[in-house]
Design a protein around this ligand. Structure first.
Ligand SMILES: Nc1ncnc2c1ncn2[C@@H]1O[C@H](COP(=O)(O)OP(=O)(O)OP(=O)(O)O)[C@@H](O)[C@H]1O
Ligand SMILES: [Mg+2]
Length: 289
């Protein structure tokens, strides 16, 4: 039977997830239905995503957590219209995702900046492409440059920045389009702990301001719980969603929550689950070999 993450059976849930959408509730911003993505490789085929169904409601912040190679990036790329379904479909704001769209922002694991443009012009590029005046686009860019703490580097070119600084520019560039959906693939993975904490706080603050729907991939369970309304835990490949844990912590949220008993309880549940599932995956591997 198809696993439906909207109907989890886990005793670990602390609060109820949003009800399954029906005609009585708002339509999901992102709806993934029975999605499978398969890659052809020299030795045959790899099932990167295996019959995944999930819904992300308007304004929700959902994190995907799982071991390396479990299909997180592939699932996120499918939401961005960068991977075609082998089976099933991905609907964003009511339309199938067959190609990237400007109302859907993506931050990749690597920054992918325009090397020939300054920081300021990299960030202003999206608003300009969407028809904003030069002055307005540069104003948006300057606000975001202040937010990411790179005011002194506004005129610098990407190759003169560190990897972490480049990634901050990539995040600002995605935010500049004021996307209704923001897809973030380990966006803080390359940052040092201090910068990462600042960026997490900035993202929380910004999220409360722009009310975008966000799907965020991370290996870091603290980061997932701190930022998210829901944490989806994926199994080792082929990619499936094992559990849908509702964070259910109060908003607006800040890093002060890291010492909150409800937060610590949720973290313990997540870690137990990841450990148990990791052990299961390991035992299955031993049985196969
Ligand atoms: N373009 C591709 N061609 C062939 N196989 C691919 C391709 N992209 C991904 N895969 C395979 O699909 C599976 C899922 O990969 P994916 O990059 O989605 O994992 P991930 O969970 O994002 O991993 P990580 O945490 O390391 O970023 C892996 O087995 C990977 O080798
Ligand atoms: Mg990945």
């Amino acid at each position: 039977m198809m696993h439906n993450p909207l109907r989890p059976t886990s005793p670990l849930r602390l609060v109820d997830a949003p009800p399954e959408p029906s005609s009585a509730v708002p339509e999901a911003t992102i709806r993934v239905e029975n999605l499978s993505i398969v890659f052809d490789v020299p030795r045959g085929q790899v099932i990167a995503v295996d019959r995944v169904s999930l819904a992300v409601m308007p304004g929700e912040f959902v994190s995907l957590v799982g071991p390396s190679g479990c299909g997180k990036s592939t699932l996120l790329n499918a939401m961005a219209g960068l991977e075609r379904p082998f089976e099933g479909e991905v609907m964003v704001a009511g339309k199938p995702m067959l190609a990237p769209r400007p109302d859907i922002g993506m931050v990749f694991q690597q920054p992918h900046l325009f090397p020939w443009k300054s920081v300021r012009r990299n960030i202003a590029h999206g608003p300009r492409a969407l028809g904003k005046s030069r002055t307005e686009a540069l104003r948006i860019a300057d606000d975001l440059i202040d937010m990411i703490g790179l005011t002194k580097f506004a005129s610098a070119y990407p190759h003169t920045l560190s990897g972490g600084m480049q990634q901050r520019v990539a995040i600002a560039r995605a935010l500049a389009n004021q996307p209704r959906v923001l897809l973030m693939d380990e966006p803080f993975g390359a940052l040092d702990a201090q910068t990462r904490a600042v960026m997490q706080d900035n993202l929380l603050e910004l999220r409360d301001r722009i009310n975008a729907t966000i799907v965020f991939v991370t290996h870091d369970i603290d980061e997932a719980i701190l930022l998210s309304d829901r944490v989806l835990i994926m199994s080792a490949g082929p990619g499936r969603i094992l559990r849908d844990l509702s964070a259910g912590l109060p908003r607006p949220r800040s890093s002060a929550i890291l010492t909150d008993p409800a937060y610590l309880a949720l973290k313990r549940d997540c870690l137990d689950l990841i450990r148990t599932e990791g052990r299961k995956a390991f035992e299955q591997m031993e049985t196969v070999t």
